[in-house]
Design a protein around this ligand. Structure first.
Ligand code: GTP
Ligand code: MG
Length: 197
C-alpha cells in the first residue's frame, strides 16, 4: 500500500475546504510536536511527504494525502500548544470537531502521544471529542528511541490501563519511533486492514 504513489491532495484551513469524502480515510492527531508529520513520512518511507518541524504548531491545516488511490491519510494540526492565541485555538476546535463529526469515511484516528510524557489532559479532551464523534481511535506512542526499555514499559502499562476505560478506544497500543523505524510494520498492518475493510 505504501510502496507506490503518495500524493498531497490538499490542505484545508476551514470546513468548506475539505475534499469530498470518498475513499477510506485515516487521520493522525496529537499534541503539537508529538511527531505526526514525521510518522506519516516514516510510514511512506520518504522524508518529504508531510512537513515536519522543531517549531510546535507547524501543521496548521488538515492536510490530505492520497495513498495509492486506495486510502486517504490526514495529517491533523496539533493541539496543546501553550502559547497559542485564543482565536487560533477556537479555529482549530471548529475545524477538527467539524471534520471528525462529519466524516463518514473516517475509519480510524491514530492518536499520537509522546512516550516521554504519556497521556496529558489535552489528549484526554481529544479522546472525549473522539468518543462523542464516535470515531474509533488507536493510541500510538511516539519517539520511543528517547527512552530506556524500562521507561517504555512503564508508560505502556499506564497508557493501556487508561485507554481500557474508553469505549471508542482501540485496545491495542502501538509503540513507535519514526527515527529508528520501530513499530512501523505494526502500524502499516493496521492501516492496510483499514484500507481493505
Ligand atoms: P505539529 O505539526 O507542530 O503538530 O508537529 P508534529 O506532531 O507533526 O511533529 P513533527 O513530525 O513535525 O516532529 C516534531 C519534532 O520531533 C521534530 O523535530 C522531529 O524530528 C522530532 N521527532 C519526530 N519523531 C521522532 C522520533 O521517532 N524520534 C525522535 N527522537 N524524534 C522525533
Ligand atoms: Mg505536523
Amino acid at each position: 500500500l505504501f510502496a507506490r504513489d503518495i500524493t498531497f491532495l490538499r490542505g484545508a484551513v476551514a470546513l468548506d475546504g475539505l475534499p469530498d469524502a470518498g475513499k477510506p480515510e485515516i487521520a493522525f492527531a496529537g499534541r503539537s510536536n508529538v511527531g505526526k508529520s514525521s510518522l506519516i513520512n516514516a510510514l511512506c518511507g520518504r522524508s518529504t511527504v508531510a512537513r515536519t518541524s522543531n517549531t510546535p504548531g507547524r501543521t496548521q491545516e488538515l492536510n490530505f494525502f492520497d495513498v495509492n488511490g486506495r486510502l486517504v491519510m490526514v495529517d491533523m494540526p496539533g493541539y496543546g500548544f501553550a502559547s497559542a492565541p485564543k482565536d487560533k485555538v477556537d479555529a482549530w476546535t471548529r475545524l477538527v470537531k467539524g471534520y471528525l463529526k462529519g466524516r463518514p469515511t473516517l475509519r480510524r484516528c491514530f492518536l499520537l502521544v509522546d512516550s516521554r510524557h504519556g497521556l496529558k489532559d489535552s489528549d484526554r479532551d481529544m479522546m472525549k471529542l473522539l468518543d462523542q464523534a464516535a470515531v474509533i481511535y488507536q493510541v500510538v506512542l511516539t519517539k520511543i528511541d528517547k527512552l530506556k526499555a524500562s521507561e517504555v514499559e512503564a508508560v505502556r502499562a499506564r497508557t493501556v490501563d487508561e485507554i481500557s476505560r474508553h469505549v471508542a478506544a482501540h485496545p491495542v497500543l502501538i509503540l513507535t519511533s519514526s527515527e529508528k523505524g520501530l513499530g512501523l510494520a505494526d502500524l502499516r498492518c493496521e492501516i492496510v486492514q483499514l484500507a481493505e475493510a
